[in-house]
Design a protein around this ligand. Sequence first.
Ligand code: ZN
Ligand code: ZN
Length: 74
Amino acid sequence: MSLIYESILTCPTCGYRQKQSIPSEKLEKYFCVGCACVITISKEECCVFCVYGSHTCLVEQGWELMEIKLNKDP
Ligand SMILES: [Zn+2]
Ligand SMILES: [Zn+2]
């Protein structure tokens, strides 16, 4: 399984699209260059990539599962 490390975030306010690399931890906010605003998510949502991104975060892509698999057979 190959993971995607870059996602296009679409701003919910101005619609500006920007490319952002996906970190291994969950990102709860990002800065939109288009309207100079910090875009946040609500508590029930996973991260900015799962809500606004063209690709979901690494955890949603199965990154955690891969970690478990690696630990199981060294
Ligand atoms: Zn914006
Ligand atoms: Zn996510």
